[in-house]
Design a protein around this ligand. Sequence first.
Ligand code: CMC
Length: 428
Amino acid sequence: MTKSASLTFGDKTVDLPVRSPTAGPDVLDIRKLYGELDVFTYDPGFTSTASCDSAITFIDGDKGELLHRGYPIEQLAEQSCFLEVCYLLLYGDLPSKAQMEEFRTTVTRHTMVHEQMHNFFRGFRRDAHPMATMVGVVGAMSAFYHDSTDITDPHQREVASFRLIAKLPTIAAMAYKYAIGQPFVYPRNDLDYASNFLHMCFSVPAEPYEVNPILAKAMDRIMLLHADHEQNASTSTVRLAGSSGANPFACIAAGIACLWGPAHGGANQACLEMLREIGSVDRIPEFIERAKDKNDPFRLMGFGHRVYKNFDPRAKVMKESADEVLELMGIHNNPTLQVAKELERIALEDEYFISKKLYPNVDFYSGIILDAMGFPTAMFTPIFALSRTVGWISQWKEMISDPSLKIGRPRQLYTGPARRDYTDLETR
Ligand code: CMC
C-alpha cells in the first residue's frame, strides 16, 4: 500500500510525500509546505524532525538498538576494533585484509602534527580546560594543512579525514601534557591506535612505559563505543557548519565546542564529579530527591537520553569493560565506585526514573573506567571528542558528496515586538 499524508490549513490542502527508510519511522517530506501553505513547522529541539538522509548509523531508541552500517554495536564491540569501525563508518562496508592494512598504514603515517603547532599550544594558559585547547588547535589545523581544505576535491576531503582521525589523539594527549606541565610525547607508529594514545598521555622521556594490553583494549572499546551516534547535537553542528562550505577542520572544531556541553559529551566529566560530590552512599537519597525536584536544576548526570527509552546499548558494553578494568586495577571498594553502584541500583528501582525512562547512559560508566585508568576528569570529554571525530567526518563527507546539499537555514517563530517607528532620544 502506498502511504500518503495530507495537511489542511485554512482552505488549502497539501499532499505531503511520505518516504520510507530502511529502518525506523516513515518521514513526511514537508519541504513544499511553506511555499504552498505559507506556514512553518515548529519543532525546537528537533524531537520530530529528520534533518537529512544518512546511511551511516541507525538507532532504535525503544529497542535499545544501535547499528553502524547495519552492524550491531554489541558485535562490533566484541569482534571488531576502533580502526576497523572507522573504516566501516567512512566507506560503508567492512574492509578486506588488504584494505584494512592500507587504511591502518595511512592513518598511522598521519599521527604527527606540524612541529609549529607545538608553539601554538604554548599560547594557552596551563590551566586551560583541554577541551578549550582542542577547539582552538583543531580549528587552527585549517591554518596548517591548506592542502586539504578544498572541499570540492574528493582527494583533499579524503586526506582531511585521515589527518583528523590520526591527529586528534595526538592533539588531545598534547593538551593533557601541556596542562600538567610535562613534555609533549611524540606518537609511536609501531603501537596500535589506542596503545599509542595511552603512550602519548602517560609516558615520560625519563623512563620506559609499557602499555598494559587490558587497558589498551578497554581504551579501544571506549573509542569504538563513541565513534558515531546518528544526528546528535555535535554531529548536527558539524553538518550545519559544513553546509555553508566551511572547511572540515573548522567544522570539527565546531563539533568539539558543541560536544563540550554537560547535556552532551561533557556529561562524562560532570557525572564523575557528581559521584565525588555525593561522596558516600548515605547521601544518595538527598541527591535523588534533588533530581526529582522541579525547582532544582540538578539532574543526575549520566542518566537519560533523548533517543534511548529502554536502555543505552553502549552503556551495557561499557559496564562490562568497567568491571574488567576495575578488577585489573584492583579497585573494588573505593567510595566513588560504591556511590556509582548504589546510585545505579536505586535509580533503576525508583518510580520517577522508571516512569521517565531514565537509564544510565554511556557516560555513566565511561568516566569510571577513565578514572581507574588514571585520567583526570577534564580529559574525559577530549577522549569522547577524539573518538567521535570519525563519526563527524563520515557524516560531513556524506553530506558534501550529496548533490542535493543545501545550506542549513532553519526559520523561527518570531515573538519580538511587531514593527514600530523609531523615536528621537529627546522624545523618549
Ligand atoms: N535526572 C533527572 N531528571 C531527568 C534527567 C536526569 N538526568 N533527564 C531527564 N530528566 C527528566 C526531565 O526533568 C523531564 O521531566 P518532566 O517531563 O517532568 O519535565 C523528563 O525527564 C524528560 O527530560 P528532557 O530534558 O525533556 O529530555 P531530553 O530528551 O531533552 O534530554 C538529556 C535528554 C540526555 C539531555 C537529559 O536526560 C539529561 O540532561 N541527562 C543528563 C546529562 C547526560 O547524562 N547526558 C549524556 C547523554 S548520553 C551521551 C551523549 O549524547 O553525549
